[in-house]
Design a protein around this ligand. Structure first.
Ligand code: GLY
Length: 266
């Protein structure tokens, strides 16, 4: 079942998702875009799951967990790679219990799973895989110790990693709110990151401030999932030969959620 020795970080066969609970709107948010409407949340989540299946993935769909309103953002609780799985330790206290709730599911696919331990904190949304290198965002959710532990676990499996401090960037919650690796050496970045020398080896797609939410996009096999309503990024993707698949994300955006947050892909 495990996708061992995956060579290309955009090739997946499976994903874990969790249905949003009716109390989704009680989760954390830093934006003021209004209160999500639960009927639309569920419809958008269903469309997201359909899109993953259309991309060829087999889904493990977990029931809503009303104890954790943010738990539909499953990406934050683990880092799944082709060689190793690491359970995260979310930096927001209200999300801490999400890890134990998903542990058996992750372990059913990755029997030798590691964990980030206290005092380390780490949100999966801060981790960006670009082939065999991992960028680890140091954020208000992921601390130095969490980043250090992840570096050790990844290194033991032959991956390299580097740490990018985003704590001064008020426009993004997680590193991947502003950066997405979509294969073929292409990195989608918000403008603030476009001049960062650490990303100069990539073919950069810079997303303007008016489309910054769209920088969180996800390559899944031969498609790139992007948020609907961002024609600039869509044009740039098509111009480079990618096949975007646009999804309405309005209700998740209200809770600081992006496309990558809604699944653990492996
Ligand atoms: N609402 C998602 C988070 O803050 O983690």
């Amino acid at each position: 079942m495990r996708s061992c020795n995956r060579r290309d970080s955009s090739l997946f066969t499976r994903a874990i998702v969790r249905t949003p609970g009716h109390n989704f709107a009680a989760g954390l948010t830093t934006v003021k875009l209004g209160v999500p409407k639960i009927a639309r949340v569920l419809a958008q989540h269903a469309s997201y799951c359909d899109a993953l299946e259309k991309c060829g993935l087999t889904l493990t769909t977990l029931e809503a967990d009303l104890g954790y309103p943010d738990s539909t953002f499953v990406e934050d609780v683990a880092v799944l790679t082709g060689r190793v799985a690491i359970l995260a330790r979310p930096g927001a206290p209200s999300r801490a219990g999400e890890v134990e709730a998903i542990r058996p599911v992750v372990e059913s696919f990755f029997p030798a799973t590691f964990s980030i331990e206290a005092p380390g904190t780490l949100d999966g949304g801060d981790i960006c895989e670009a082939e065999n290198h991992f960028y680890i965002g140091l954020s208000h959710r992921t601390n130095q110790e969490g980043a250090r532990q992840l570096t050790v676990h990844l290194g033991a499996s032959g991956y390299t990693s580097s740490i990018i401090d985003i704590r001064a960037m008020s426009s993004i919650l997680h590193f991947k709110s502003g950066v997405s690796y979509i294969g073929e050496n292409v990195l989608v970045v918000i403008e603030e990151m476009a001049t960062d020398a650490r990303f100069s080896k990539f073919d950069l797609i810079s997303v303007g401030a008016e489309e910054s939410y769209a920088a969180n996009c996800v390559r899944v096999n031969d498609r790139v999932l992007i948020a609907d309503g961002y024609p600039g990024l869509q044009r740039q993707l098509v111009a480079r030969g990618f096949k975007p698949l646009a999804l309405d994300m309005s209700e998740f955006q209200k809770m600081d959620g992006g496309l990558s947050c809604l699944s653990l892909r492996f």
